[in-house]
Design a binder for this molecule. Structure first.
Ligand SMILES: Nc1ncnc2c1ncn2[C@@H]1O[C@H](COP(=O)(O)OP(=O)(O)OP(=O)(O)O)[C@@H](O)[C@H]1O
Length: 634
């Protein structure tokens, strides 16, 4: 018996055929129980215009993530009789895209935005089954219960973000008869893309909010002030412990006043009637709470609203509790003295982030000072005085990283020490672990590390006994981890865990205002190290250094100054000496042709021939002669 015959037997005689797969047969039984007619030729229920507008408003976040995905898929599929649907968590169609062929069939079946797509309105279809079971499914047209929809093959996949059910992504094609596996793949990948976008947007906003909170000099005592923030959709996206307690009290009060109301956090926002940059007050259990709200915008985009919850007593105490600002530079500011405004902002954030226990990701090219920064953050944190341990994930063979990080138990492998060995995480207990070149951590270990971060315990290789650990993690990379996440080479959940705060250390060429003092500081330290007189760098020489791009950043600057301190015999460093000491790899002046040397010197001196001649240690007339010889005009 084919599927159509089985269906006929079921709807006409009430007999079930064992060949029909369980998910579909269960749905047919439910349809019969509900009493929906198999002869239905139109969607049975639609909501009105106003209710539809409300639904779209309520699902703005989902729509913002789903529409670009649907549009992209539609652009590839159109013309083949395809219909793309997005249903909200209650089963209403809140977005649809259909090509001409599909639209014609939609019109006949009353498939319009606002249609309710549950089994009691449309019978069994891929979408109604997915809405009911919250599982992905593909169904062929002849498995559908009601006549109206027995022209569509259909595949639907629910969208979940961090465990929250958002709705269902669905793709239908005028059928029947084609392979529905292809539809299944499309629906699953569509739903996944939507979920990823939602997750990405939420995390981005969360990150932005946290760094904005730290960047702004609000008078916040992080220990005693409740902070919560909600995004432009009204969803609470971040709250600290104090804020959770406050929200809990508020929910209880809400329940007491409106026992039938739902207890989710959205209505709280309405209840609080929070306006931007205002102070509101609320009494709960005899306590007066003051709520200060601040709107966060970035590049004209409304990011979120942050609310500070203070009690009366705290409000009075706050000024004296606040540490006077700007008196003593933080360890971070002291380590990276900068005049660059953007980097200075980053340092303020890093100094504040240092005080929390959240993960910090240091980003920057090689030699910019990521290791240096991690040590400064450790010194600035409450863990100062406790161990600081660094592990470079790129410097170890992949097989050794696990035992280096987690340690190993006695007899874990041949050659293991008899009593076992603690790993870096255990060694850093109470302090900070710096994971350099985190992008090189193998994928399978990333999962273990994430678990250790979340559970605050580790298990040595070859053991089953968990060991509790209290470690603050700082990671660093010069790679684009988001790109690696996209390529499936880095775990997204680990990225978000490590990357509560991102500290971007700019390359030296992007902070030219710092070159002079850094160079003088390093030159002086190098002279001390070489036990020789201090040296002076003339303004012309400094000018040439300023034009060099420093591809190796601070490490290169330090190396060049060390070299000068050891090799340069005079106490004055002049422009004509500069070229000699710069480490230009393949482009070392010694290896450059005469033409290349002249071009390099002119470029470095910004076309200034006097300076270029000095850098080359030749007279101006010699430079002109050589330029003429090589046909160089500038
Ligand atoms: N702010 C600073 N002041 C003085 N020296 C610095 C500073 N930052 C870094 N250095 C020096 O520059 C060199 C490179 O720094 P560091 O090892 O921290 O860079 P990195 O970004 O971690 O490099 P990589 O990515 O190659 O590991 C070191 O010798 C360090 O002492």
């Amino acid at each position: 018996m084919n599927v159509t015959q089985s269906w006929q037997q079921f709807v006409l005689k009430g007999e079930a055929d064992a060949n029909i797969r369980k998910e579909v047969l269960d749905s047919w039984y439910r349809c019969r129980q509900i009493g929906i007619s198999y002869e239905l030729d139109q969607v049975a229920s639609h909501i009105g215009r106003d209710e539809f507008i409300d639904k779209r408003k309520k699902n703005e976040e989902l729509l913002a993530a789903a529409i670009p995905v649907m549009e992209e898929m539609y652009s590839y599929l159109k013309g083949g009789g395809y219909l793309l649907l997005l249903a909200d968590a209650d089963g209403y169609l809140i977005e649809m895209m259909a090509d001409a062929k599909a639209q014609h069939v939609c019109d006949r079946g009353g498939i319009t935005p606002g249609a309710r797509w549950m089994e009691d309105n449309v019978g069994s279809t891929g979408l109604s089954i997915a809405l009911r079971t919250r599982m992905a499914i593909a169904t062929s047209a002849n498995e559908h219960y009601c006549t109206a929809f027995r022209v569509w093959d259909c595949s639907a996949c629910p969208i979940f973000v961090d465990g929250e059910y958002m709705g269902v992504f669905d793709i239908c094609r005028v059928g029947p008869g084609n392979d529905i596996r292809e539809l299944y793949t499309l629906a699953v990948s569509g739903a996944r893309s939507v979920a990823e976008r939602l997750r990405y947007d939420r995390n981005r906003v969360k990150e932005e909010i946290l760094s904005e909170i730290l960047l702004r000099s609000w008078d916040i005592n992080l220990q005693s002030t409740g902070i919560f923030s909600f995004d432009k959709w009204g969803k609470i996206i971040h709250k600290n412990k104090r804020a959770s307690e406050f929200i809990h009290l508020l929910q209880q009060e809400n329940q007491r006043l409106h026992p039938s109301a739902q207890t989710n956090e959205h209505p709280i926002i309405n209840q609080l009637n929070i306006q931007s940059d205002e102070t509101a007050e609320i009494f709960l259990e005899g306590q007066r709470y003051l709520l200060e709200s601040k709107k966060l915008t970035k590049q004209n985009e409304n990011l979120a609203m942050v609310v500070l919850v203070k009690t009366e007593a705290q409000k009075k105490k706050a000024p004296s509790a606040a540490k006077p600002e700007g008196k003593e530079p933080s360890a971070v500011h002291a380590a990276f003295k900068t005049k660059n405004p953007t980097f200075l902002k980053t340092l303020h954030m890093a100094a504040k982030a240092a005080k929390s226990d959240a993960g910090i990701l240091l980003r920057g090219e090689s030699g910019t000072g990521k290791d240096y920064m991690s040590r400064a953050i450790h010194r600035e944190s409450s863990r100062n005085g406790k161990p600081f341990i660094a592990l470079n994930c790129a410097s170890l063979p992949k097989e050794l990283i696990a035992s280096e990080l987690f340690g190993y138990a006695a007899g874990a492998f041949t050659g293991a020490r008899q009593q076992g060995n603690p790993g870096k995480i255990e060694a850093a207990n109470g302090g900070t672990l710096f994971l350099d070149e985190i992008a090189d951590m193998p994928l399978e270990l990333q999962a273990v590390l994430l678990r250790a971060l979340e559970e605050k315990q580790i298990t040595r290789v070859g053991s089953t006994t968990p060991i509790p650990v209290d470690v603050r993690f700082i990671a660093a990379t010069h790679k684009d981890l988001r790109l690696l996440v996209e390529k499936g080479e880095f775990r997204e959940d680990l990225l978000y865990r490590l990357n509560v705060f991102t500290v971007h250390i700019p390359p030296l060429r992007e902070r030219p205002e710092d070159l002079e003092h850094l160079l003088n500081q390093m030159l002086s330290a190098a002279c001390d190290k070489a036990k020789r007189n201090q040296m002076i760098c003339t303004p012309e020489a400094m000018e040439l250094f300023r034009h060099y791009t420093w591809p190796g950043n601070l490490r290169e600057l330090r190396n060049v100054m060390d070299r000068i301190a050891y090799l340069h015999e005079q106490d004055q460093l002049e422009a004509r000496h500069v070229l000699e000491y710069l480490d230009m790899g393949n482009k070392s002046p010694i290896r450059m042709s005469e033409r290349e040397q002249i071009e390099w010197a002119l470029k470095t001196a910004n076309g200034n021939r006097v300076q270029a001649a000095r850098a080359l240690n030749i007279s101006r007339s010699a430079l002109y002669r050589k330029m003429e010889k090589h046909g160089i005009n500038c």
